[in-house]
Design a binder for this molecule. Structure first.
Ligand SMILES: [Zn+2]
Ligand SMILES: [Zn+2]
Length: 289
């Protein structure tokens, strides 16, 4: 007989950022599904108005709300407060400072907004509308897809080199709106960019999340990362975890079974779990969703 199965999701957004439900609704859903751990990772505050991030003045309420849930459910579910940090050079606050302000248990580092050179404008690379992606390539990079993709990976590299965090979020998401229209992951220049970033991830001992959201939102046919990028992660033995990037309670474990099967087929053996403030590997076969 198998031991206790582990079920968890550490990447999700509630009404505190751009999610649709209150935190407690995710907790209720998690208990219904027999989860062992649940982490909230609101989009980090930014120094300009956005429709998607936690506001600086909501930080205290975020802390208080999650603390209350931690207390209320403490013997039934491990609950964590985290942030999905947006890294934008010259704009985003130091990750360490926000970690302290929000008293987070762990941090996810992600790039959604690319800052092209010589401008204060930002290229929103992974919103719901591919036309915003296309327009950015044209306006900021003169239609040169290589320059555009390079800017994304270089910003990611800069984040990895200058900031402290635990998990790198959907690190090849720049491919989402590409859908093989401008390039494929078989091209050498693209593979070189991926190799460089994966090498840095390895050096910094980061965990790579395998994000299922693109597929269930029908914005993609692949997980993030997938294809060549995911195979490099495997080849370098970099630790991974599966997350759904839920924006409503019903999404807390979406496509986890598919992801687990897929990763098993690719030869991955375990995923990282967070327990007693430490990361530890759990065999994929002991994870249940
Ligand atoms: Zn994200
Ligand atoms: Zn997210």
């Amino acid at each position: 007989m198998k031991g206790k199965m582990i079920s968890y999701n550490l990447h999700q957004h509630t009404l505190f950022s751009d999610g649709k439900d209150k935190p407690e609704k995710y907790v209720e859903k998690a208990l219904e599904q027999g989860f062992t751990a649940l982490g909230f990772s609101e989009h980090s505050p930014l120094p300009f108005d956005t429709s998607f991030s936690l506001k600086e003045e909501q930080i205290d309420e975020y802390i208080l709300t999650i603390n209350k849930l931690k207390e209320k459910y403490h013997n039934r579910l491990a609950i964590y407060r985290a942030l999905e940090m947006d890294y934008i050079p010259g704009f985003s606050e130091d990750f360490g400072l926000l970690q302290k302000k929000c008293q987070t248990d762990y941090l996810i580092g992600s790039v959604h907004l690319v800052r092209p050179e010589d401008t204060d404008e930002l290229w929103f690379t992974d919103g719901p509308d591919y036309r915003v992606y296309d327009k950015g390539i044209k306006d900021f990079f003169g239609g040169n897809i290589r320059k555009a993709v390079k800017a994304f990976y270089h910003q990611s590299n800069q984040m990895i080199e200058t900031q402290q965090f635990d998990i790198i979020g959907h690190f090849d998401k720049i491919t989402m709106h590409n859908r093989n229209r401008f390039f494929t992951d078989e091209e050498k220049w693209y593979r070189d960019l991926v190799n460089e970033t994966v090498e840095l991830i390895k050096q910094k001992n980061l965990i790579v999340e395998i994000n299922t959201r693109g597929i269930y939102k029908k914005r993609s046919d692949t997980f993030f990362p997938d294809g060549y990028a995911l195979r490099q992660v495997k080849m370098k033995n970099i630790p991974i975890l599966i997350s759904s990037d839920a924006h409503q309670a019903a999404e807390i474990s979406m496509l986890f079974d598919d992801a687990r099967q897929y990763l098993t087929d690719l030869g991955f053996y375990d995923v990282m779990y967070f327990e007693n403030r430490h990361w530890k590997p759990i065999p994929l076969e002991e994870v249940s969703f």
